[in-house]
Design a protein around this ligand. Sequence first.
Ligand code: MG
Length: 381
Amino acid sequence: MTCAAIIVAAGQGNRAGGELPKQWQPLAGRRVIDWTVAAFEAVPEIGEIVVVLRPGDLDMFDSRGRVRAVAGGTTRTQSVRLGLDALNASPSSGPDYVLIHDAARCCIRPDLIRTVLSSLTEGAAIAVAPALPVTDALWRGRNGMVCGTVDRTDLCRAQTPQGFAFRKILTAHSEHGVDAADDVEIARRAGMDVQIVDGDVQNLKITQPGDFDRAEKILRGQMDIRTGTGYDVHRFGPGGHVILCGVAIPHDRGLQGHSDADVGMHALTDAILGAIAEGDIGRHFPPSDPRWKGAESHVFLDHAVTLATEKDFQINNVDVTLVCERPKIGPFADEMRKTLAKILQIDPSRVSVKATTSERLGFAGREEGIAAQAVATMVRT
Ligand code: MG
């Protein structure tokens, strides 16, 4: 079973105000579109993610991993069709299922994406869409006066993502794809039955200027941000190199310890464990346990990353400071950053490794050992 997503972001978005179309406007520290794409990236069951943009906007978005940008058309319906065509033209000739979502619904939660997806893949439905009941009374108004009431029985407020069997919606678009408000409308023109699942009241669509404030409050409320710190010291002893942040550096002494004595990686491991309140490295890897004798410290860091992932935390950034007079860290700092980034599964731009001396004061100043401290910031996905 394969599933892909199409995120439609090719609109002009004039009603929301601002100089840029709404999908490019900043919101709670990122652009609107980045929030939307990140929610889909957080669902591992979704494979390819196609972001449909205005042709002139393509250079504003970096394709990466499962996410690629394609050029859209002048209407939403045309843009969806171009997204479907892009999936169909991929080497696997299209997924089994596709979810189609509006980029302006940037508060979409991975839970709702999963609900739509599982209703499609686990039931008999070939089309599924989230919706909310209409709870307010509905009136017709003209010239500031109520001129009629509307029966709200059976009325629904439609949301996205709307999910479909890929081949069926592709055919529906090619045969019935003249302009429509959404893809449910096109699916129904093609005779497809569309199952409704419960929508999410927070899954609002940014349309009016005031919606940015509402969306910002929702997104900031959803963010669970944690910070952890770590500190470690290892003593110098005989040897010909030290291992710091996974990189072997020639030196006239080595660091002593039960494992490979990588003081930088130990401090970082403790910072991550601290952020998720999982104790410290000694609790998970007791020095009394012979299994960890001479162990390479990436084992400890790998474990902390796995624990964080299991708790749905993503590492936002880390910062490691090594305290020593010698060896000089500067020439090796970039290699250390890349080594740590690989273990942390994040971009090296989110990993900082720096060093300081302690002005020849204290144990580090007397070159009796090396100290390291680390900070890790994690965000619950
Ligand atoms: Mg240690």
